[in-house]
Design a protein around this ligand. Sequence first.
Ligand SMILES: Nc1ncnc2c1ncn2[C@@H]1O[C@H](COP(=O)(O)OP(=O)(O)OP(=O)(O)O)[C@@H](O)[C@H]1O
Ligand SMILES: [Mg+2]
Length: 349
Amino acid sequence: MSNILEMRGIEKSFPGVKALNNVNLAVREGEIHAIVGENGAGKSTLMKVLSGVYPHGSYSGDIVYKGEVRAFKDIRDSEHLGIIIIHQELALVPLLSVMENLFLGNEQARGGVIDWEQSYVRAKELLAKVGLKESPLTKVGDLGVGKQQLIEIAKALSKEVKLLILDEPTASLNESDSDALLELLLELKRQGIASILISHKLNEISKVADSITVLRDGTTVDTFDCRAEPISEDRIIQHMVGREMADRYPQRDPKIGEVIFEVRDWRVHHPLHSDRLAIKDVNMTVRAGEIVGIAGLMGAGRTELAKSIFGRAYGKKITGQAFLHGKEVDLSTIEKAIDKGIAYVTEDR
Ligand SMILES: Nc1ncnc2c1ncn2[C@@H]1O[C@H](COP(=O)(O)OP(=O)(O)OP(=O)(O)O)[C@@H](O)[C@H]1O
Ligand SMILES: [Mg+2]
């Protein structure tokens, strides 16, 4: 099978960082090609080079797409040829409707006037293609991330995509939303659309990928052909980190001390619907030297709990007590929380 895309000897620097150093990538017509690598390996940068976010001239090496060397000036240039990228951070406008988002920058117009009827009909068709039954008039902000991701793909389909690039599409999706998205990728593949899938979830990659390219420190390490032989996760990880994996989860010997932080009967009401409880009577202790995981499905209240503790950055009518080193503390503003030595790293990068 021939290649739809070849990236040859790609190099790209930022001030003080060589993000890409001699990267080679070959994607075959109609395949699902996974790109894996540790954080900072250069995956997103490579895709931004490919899609023209970093224009020709700002990197060295060649992009050969459909048999010709290309010099994309911007993202419109690559979109024009059917290369569509869905970025790690979603780019939909939450206050606009699904339909308005689908055609943003590509409005369905007649004689300079937006044709809403036509937009509605086209939007319905596109939503059906990604398996969504929502009305085109639904506000995007009212949909969960799983559905928003599908809308990004519907948007890609409206532009006659030939090569779809997904940068960690399932990172914030729950299992059933992830499955739906992977199913859709397989369906697009049946229609002859090639995709590049960046993901840290190796089990998902094993499910759908035809090839896997591993990046490490800005360089291609290897490409595996999954159709030739099954590739084990351990082998992929070994290439990602560059050393033999004796233990995937090495034995640790943490020094756990006294309880230094505690939350008692923590209750938080929803910021907009103040009769609704977002957090209901949470109790939690954290010991010195301990890493405490907070698990739960999307919408279970993990982020809301953390934010509400950190200076009431989320929620209304917050009740309950917080203790530091056994003494009750006032964490009612972000300033006070920081003063007490608490820091917060947000989920949105
Ligand atoms: N705009 C930028 N300016 C400066 N340095 C950057 C920029 N974008 C990326 N880098 C650096 O380039 C390297 C590659 O980053 P990149 O975002 O491509 O990694 P990644 O493989 O996508 O990582 P992740 O899995 O965390 O998304 C990193 O060292 C990063 O800090
Ligand atoms: Mg990235």
